[in-house]
Design a protein around this ligand. Structure first.
Ligand SMILES: *Cc1c(COP(=O)(O)O)cnc(C)c1O
Length: 334
C-alpha cells in the first residue's frame, strides 16, 4: 500500500516486531498466537497512537500550528504520545482530560500517563466525567485562536481518516512480516476504543485486497455502537486512499469484555495481564490490551480456533498506565 502522497513525519520505530508467543500458545493449547509489538513504537514508552501521530503531526506542521490540542480519559495513552510528539516537534501541547473514573485512588489521578504528560511539558485541563469533550476541545481551540495562537485540534484517540492511515500502513507491514516468516494468519485481534486503529486495519484490508478476519474488542461501547463507529471511519478512510469500502460484515467488535465500563478493571483483564507477564514477560495494560487479550483468551478456551491456525494479537501499548492501576491487582503484602 503506497501512502507516500500523504504527509508524514517519522516518529515511530518501525517496523515493530512480529513475534510468536510460544509459551502462551502452549499454555492455552490453542492456535499459534503471535504478537505485533506496537507497544514498541518507541515514543515515550510507545503505543498505537504514535503511528497515527506520524500523519496527524505532519498535517499540523503543514498548517503551521504552534500548539496541538487533544482530549482523552485521565490515563489516556493518546494524550501521553501526543505530548511527546509535540515535544519532538517543538510545539506546545494542551490536553483536556475527562475524569471518567470518579472513585479511583490518587495514583490514578496523578501517576502513569498523567505524570508523563506533564513530564513532556504538556499543560492539562481536567473536566468532570460526562463533559462533551469535543465541544470543550473546540472551545479551548477558540480561546487559543483569540489569544493569537495557531492551534491544531487532534480528535480523541487521534481517530480520524488522517490518523487511521497509520493502521493502513501497519496492516501491510504485518502482512510483509508474516509472508517473510512463512505464515498465513487467519485473524488479527485488537482492542478498539476511539475506532481509528480497527478502521485503519479494515481500510488497509480493502486496499490490499487480502483476506483476514479483524476482531475488535470494545473497551467502552456496546457492540452495535462500536461497530457503527468503526465502520463509518473505515469507509471514510478507504475513500481517502481510493480503496473500496470494507463490507459491513467484516466489522466485528465484541462487547462482552468491557465490564462495568471504560477503564474499570475486570477479572478477565487481571488474569490476562498476569498471564502474559508470567508466561511471556510481556506487559499489557489494564484499559485496552488487557481486555483485548481477555477476549482472545476467552474465545480460545471456548474452542473457536484450530491448533494449526495462526492468530495475530496487535499489542497497542499502554503499560505506562499499570503504575496508575496497581490498586486493581491483588498483591501479596510487601
Ligand atoms: C487508544 C488505545 C487503543 C484503542 O485504539 P483506538 O484507535 O482508539 O480504537 C488500544 N490500546 C491502547 C493501549 C490505546 O492507548
Amino acid at each position: 500500500m503506497n501512502l507516500s502522497s500523504f504527509p508524514r513525519l517519522r516518529l515511530a520505530h518501525l517496523p515493530t516486531p512480529l513475534e510468536p508467543l510460544e509459551r502462551l500458545s502452549k499454555h492455552l493449547g490453542g492456535p499459534h498466537i503471535w504478537v505485533k509489538r506496537d507497544d514498541c513504537t518507541g515514543l515515550a514508552t510507545g503505543g498505537n497512537k504514535t503511528r497515527k501521530l506520524e500523519f496527524l503531526m505532519a498535517d499540523a506542521e503543514r498548517e503551521g500550528a504552534d500548539v496541538v490540542l487533544t482530549q482523552g480519559a485521565i490515563q489516556s495513552n493518546h494524550a501521553r504520545q501526543t505530548a511527546a510528539a509535540a515535544a519532538r516537534l517543538g510545539v506546545a501541547c494542551h490536553i483536556l482530560l475527562e475524569e471518567r473514573l470518579s472513585d479511583a485512588p490518587a495514583a490514578y489521578q496523578a501517576s502513569g500517563n498523567v505524570f508523563l504528560d506533564e513530564l513532556c511539558g504538556a499543560t492539562i485541563g481536567r473536566h468532570p466525567g460526562g463533559t462533551d469533550m469535543n465541544a470543550a476541545l473546540e472551545q479551548a481551540a477558540d480561546g487559543l485562536r483569540a489569544a493569537g495562537c495557531r492551534p491544531y485540534v487532534i480528535p480523541g484517540g487521534g481517530s480520524n481518516r488522517i490518523g487511521a492511515l497509520g493502521y493502513v500502513d501497519c496492516l501491510s507491514e504485518t502482512f510483509e512480516q508474516a509472508d517473510a516468516a512463512g505464515i498465513r494468519f487467519t485473524q488479527l485481534w485488537t482492542a478498539t476504543g476511539s475506532a481509528g486503529t480497527q478502521a485503519g486495519l479494515l481500510a488497509g484490508m480493502s486496499a490490499l485486497e487480502r483476506e483476514v478476519a479483524i476482531r475488535g474488542v470494545s473497551v467502552r461501547f456496546d457492540r452495535a455502537t462500536q461497530e457503527e463507529k468503526v465502520f463509518a471511519l473505515a469507509c471514510e478512510t478507504a475513500r481517502y486512499i481510493d480503496a473500496p469500502p470494507p463490507p459491513r460484515g467484516a466489522v466485528v467488535a465484541y462487547d462482552e469484555y468491557v465490564g462495568a465500563g471504560y477503564g474499570h478493571p475486570t477479572a478477565g483483564m487481571r488474569e490476562a495481564v498476569e498471564l502474559l507477564a508470567r508466561t511471556e514477560g510481556l506487559l499489557l495494560d489494564p484499559v485496552y490490551s488487557g481486555k483485548g487479550m481477555a477476549g482472545l483468551v476467552d474465545r480460545i478456551r471456548r474452542g473457536e480456533f484450530t491448533g494449526d491456525e495462526h492468530i495475530v494479537f496487535l499489542h497497542t501499548g499502554g503499560s505506562a498506565s499499570l503504575f496508575a492501576y496497581e490498586w486493581a491487582f491483588e498483591r501479596s503484602a510487601h
